[in-house]
Design a protein around this ligand. Structure first.
Ligand code: ASP
Length: 337
C-alpha cells in the first residue's frame, strides 16, 4: 500500500500573493498545486486540509495550535506523516507547542514554509515543501518527532529558532544537531531522533496563556519589573537572563521575584544567548535566584520555554511542584540533560 501524507495548510508566505498595493496576503491551497506541479507525480498519496481561516503566522494563537493538533489526532491512523505549511514568523512556537501536545508520537509532523511565495520564480518554497513531504512520507525513517524543514535541514521543532528575515537559511538549532540533511539524497541521522514510543499516543490540548516574558537589560528598574509581576492572574514568567543564567543581585530585584514566587507564580530562567545553557549557581549572580526558587531551564529555546510553561500550567493546574519538576526535565528532547 502506498504511503500517505496529509498537508495541513495554515497560511504564511509560502502561499501568499501580492495585492495591487504590493502587500502579501494568503491565498487558497489549490493554487499551491499549480505552483508545484511535481506534487502530482510523487510516489506517495497526498491529501490536504486548510484551516478555516488561513493566516499570516503573526496571528497564530494557542487555540489554532489546538485546531492543528485536533486535525492530526483525528487523521493519525490514516496517514504515515503530516506536513504543516506555516508562516516562518511563529513556526518555532507552533512546532514547540505541538511537540508538547503529542506524547508518544510515532509519526513525523514536519512544519515548513518559505521566505518567498511559491508563485515567485526564485521561491524557496518548492524545495522546502517537496523535501518536507519526502521526509513525512518516508516510512523507513519514520521520525517520531515534530520537526521543522528549512533550506536543506531538518531540525527538531522545539530546538529551532528563526534567525533571519532575509536569508533562505532562516532557521537554526543552536543546541542540538540537525536530524537530517537534504543533499543529492536525504541523509537521516537516526541516532539523533527521539526513541520510538512504546506507549500509545496521548494528545493534551490545554494552554494557560497567563504568562509573560521578562527580558533583562542593564538599567531595568523596579517599576517595569513590578508592573509585569503584578499583572492580574499571572501564573508564570520566563525571565531572559544574561549568559549562563545571571541577573542583577540588587535586593529590590531579588525581593520582587521572591514575592511573586510566594504568590505561586512560577519563574523560569532562560538565557538570552542563542547557544549554551543556564547553569544556576555557576556565578554568584544566579545564586540568589536559585535560593528563592527560580527554575533553571538549561539550554531550552525561548520559544520552547514559553510554550512548555503554557502547556504545563494548562494541563496540570494546581500542581506547582509537578510543573516545577517537569520544567527542569526534558519532555520531548527540548533540553539537554
Ligand atoms: N509573515 C509571514 C508569516 O509568518 C512570514 C513567512 O511566512 O515567512 O506568516
Amino acid at each position: 500500500m502506498e504511503n500517505k501524507v496529509l498537508i495541513i495548510y495554515t497560511g504564511g508566505t509560502i502561499g501568499m500573493v501580492q495585492d495591487e498595493g504590493g502587500s502579501l496576503h494568503p491565498f487558497a491551497l489549490d493554487r499551491i498545486y499549480d505552483a508545484v506541479p511535481q506534487l502530482k507525480h510523487c510516489s506517495y498519496g497526498i491529501d490536504s486540509v486548510t484551516l478555516d481561516h488561513i493566516i499570516d503566522s503573526s496571528n497564530m494563537t494557542p487555540s489554532l495550535w489546538v485546531d492543528i493538533a485536533s486535525i492530526i489526532e483525528r487523521e493519525y491512523d490514516r496517514y504515515d506523516g503530516f506536513v504543516v505549511l506555516h508562516g516562518t514568523d511563529t513556526m518555532a512556537y507552533t512546532a514547540s507547542a505541538l511537540s508538547f501536545m503529542f506524547k508518544n508520537l510515532a509519526k513525523p509532523i514536519v512544519l515548513t514554509g518559505s521566505q518567498l511565495p511559491l508563485g515567485m520564480l526564485r521561491s524557496d518554497g518548492r524545495e522546502n515543501i517537496i523535501c518536507a513531504l519526502e521526509i513525512a512520507s518516508a516510512r523507513m525513517a519514520a521520525i517520531p518527532e515534530v520537526c521543522i524543514f528549512f533550506e536543506s535541514h531538518l531540525y527538531r521543532g522545539n530546538r529551532s529558532t528563526k534567525i533571519s528575515a532575509e536569508n533562505f537559511d532562516a532557521f537554526e538549532s543552536f543546541n542540538y544537531p540537525s536530524l537530517a540533511k537534504a543533499g543529492i539524497s536525504l541523509s537521516f541521522r537516526n541516532h539523533l531522533f527521539l526513541p520510538k514510543p512504546t506507549e500509545p499516543l496521548t494528545v493534551r490540548k490545554r494552554f494557560d496563556t497567563r504568562v509573560a516574558i521578562l527580558k533583562l537589560f542593564p538599567g531595568i528598574g523596579p517599576e517595569v519589573v513590578g508592573a509585569l509581576l503584578s499583572t492580574p492572574g499571572l501564573q508564570g514568567v520566563v525571565i531572559e537572563t544574561y549568559g549562563s543564567g545571571n541577573a542583577p543581585t540588587d535586593p529590590w530585584f531579588i525581593s520582587a521575584l521572591e514575592e511573586a514566587i510566594s504568590r505561586g507564580i512560577i519563574i523560569l530562567n532562560v538565557t538570552q544567548c542563542k547557544a549554551g545553557a543556564v547553569k544556576m549557581r555557576q556565578y554568584e549572580a544566579s545564586c540568589d535566584m536559585d535560593r528563592i526558587g527560580v527554575v533553571g531551564a538549561g539550554d531550552i529555546t525561548l520559544e520552547a520555554a514559553i510554550t512548555k510553561l503554557m502547556y504545563l500550567l494548562g494541563n496540570f493546574p494546581g500542581d506547582r511542584e509537578h510543573i516545577r519538576q517537569r520544567l527542569g526535565q526534558s519532555l520531548r528532547g527540548e533540553i539537554s540533560l
